[in-house]
Design a protein around this ligand. Structure first.
Ligand code: AMP
Length: 379
């Protein structure tokens, strides 16, 4: 594929906030963006040049979309393989269908990681109740049952504390394939966002620290408060995965850091990630610009972090008592507001985020939390 220069048209599968921030980076650089998803008036569609609304299974619509763009990328790995195949027959898809296929299914992803010699938490494949009972005996309790496909933000996940809870947990799967995973009593969660260009060039944003609430990312602290050794190992593991997946684009690798200092890979995302949102305000090149550069065949940009930062998600819960007080958050001069244009604020739904910049990561975290608290402090 030739390098695509500004003026070219990029297609994005999916239409959420990741596509929106990608489209903003692409349009800033002079590219045109078409988005494809089953929805309309979407976070991505609002800022794209063209919003196509059709089902991923409508392959005629998918081909029509592909015929109007020069490369296709995605903002979610939950896209059917047949859709990607149909596109790949017309224009390149970056990252390619193989990377997507591996990472969109927990069992395939874990099996790939295990074979690649990457440390993962012990797991078993579970279909029947008998398999679950066996798995609970070998893995032990507590354990986490996760549906194998199409899960995110803790959806399709269930903590099993005792063997007796097995039958109930299995029933909740409603026939879906799953994996049972050992529960990790981690010290903290960290992630590495990295990128690989079409020429094999690799770049990374170092290790960041992630705090979750109800299985949903709450805050990211960049850089992570971990030892140099842990940071080096996490970056080495993440960048080796870029090579092993031959991925062209952005990859996020999420880890559990155990109390004894060992790292386990929890999950891969072959696209920009919520834990990399701080890069928009804090780094020389954002993760979204990096995705644009990689999928268009340009050189990657510098990943240097210009200031310590912390990001806090704004979930729909903040709207419970009415519109948040934007003026109060904007009164913090070193806090940046990002809203995704979603019309309905549901509990747990990611509506936007704040990023704070400060002399240290700890100060940035206090600042971003204070700014978020100010949003709902009523007079
Ligand atoms: P996931 O969708 O697998 O990334 O899970 C979302 C969040 O749930 C993780 O970031 C953890 O906070 C928690 N979680 C998932 N799996 C485990 C596990 N095996 N042990 C402990 N916590 C987990």
């Amino acid at each position: 594929m030739n390098t695509l220069l500004p003026g070219a048209t990029i297609g994005v599968l999916g239409s959420g906030q990741l596509g929106r921030m990608f489209a903003m980076a692409a349009r800033r650089m002079g590219y045109l963006v078409h988005t494809f998803s089953p929805e309309t008036d979407t976070p991505t569609g609002q800022v794209a040049d063209v919003e196509v609304t059709a089902s991923y299974d409508d392959l005629a619509a998918v081909r029509e979309f592909a015929s109007r763009v020069e490369v296709v990328t995605f903002e979610s790995e939950n896209v059917p393989a047949a859709t990607v195949e149909a596109i790949a027959g017309i224009v390149p898809v970056r990252p390619d269908g193989a990377a997507l296929y591996t990472t969109q299914h927990r069992l395939r992803e874990k099996t790939f990681l295990e074979r690649a010699g990457i440390p993962v938490t012990p797991f078993r494949h579970v279909r029947t109740l008998a398999e679950l009972s066996d798995a609970l005996k070998t893995i032990g309790c507590p354990a986490v049952l996760k549906t194998a496909g199409f899960g995110y933000d803790g959806k399709g996940q269930r903590l099993i504390k005792t063997l007796a809870e097995g039958a109930d947990a299995h029933a909740s799967l409603a026939g879906q394939e799953a994996i049972l995973e050992a529960f990790v009593d981690f010290e903290r969660e960290v992630s590495v966002v990295c990128a690989r260009g079409a020429d094999g060039q690799v770049a990374h944003y170092g290790v960041v620290e992630n705090a979750h609430e109800r299985h949903i990312l709450d805050c990211t602290i960049a850089p992570a408060r971990v030892s140099g050794e842990v940071a080096r190992e996490a970056v080495e593991l993440a960048t080796s995965l870029l090579e092993q997946l031959s991925l062209v684009g952005v990859l996020c690798v999420e880890f559990f850091l155990a109390r004894d200092g060992k790292l386990f890979v929890n999950e891969l995302a072959p696209r920009p990630h919520n834990s990399g949102h701080f890069t928009i305000d804090a780094c020389a090149t954002s993760q979204f610009e990096q995705q644009v550069r990689a999928v268009c065949g340009l050189s990657l940009g510098a990943t240097e972090q210009l200031r310590p930062a912390a990001m806090a998600n704004l979930l729909g819960d903040l709207w419970q008592d009415g519109e948040p007080d934007w003026r109060a958050a904007c009164a913090f001069p070193n806090v940046k507001l990002h809203l995704y244009g979603k019309h309905e604020a549901r509990p747990g739904r990611k509506m936007g985020h704040l990023t704070a910049l400060a002399p240290t990561a700890d100060e940035a975290l206090s600042l971003v939390r204070a700014a978020r608290a100010a949003l709902t402090r009523r007079a």
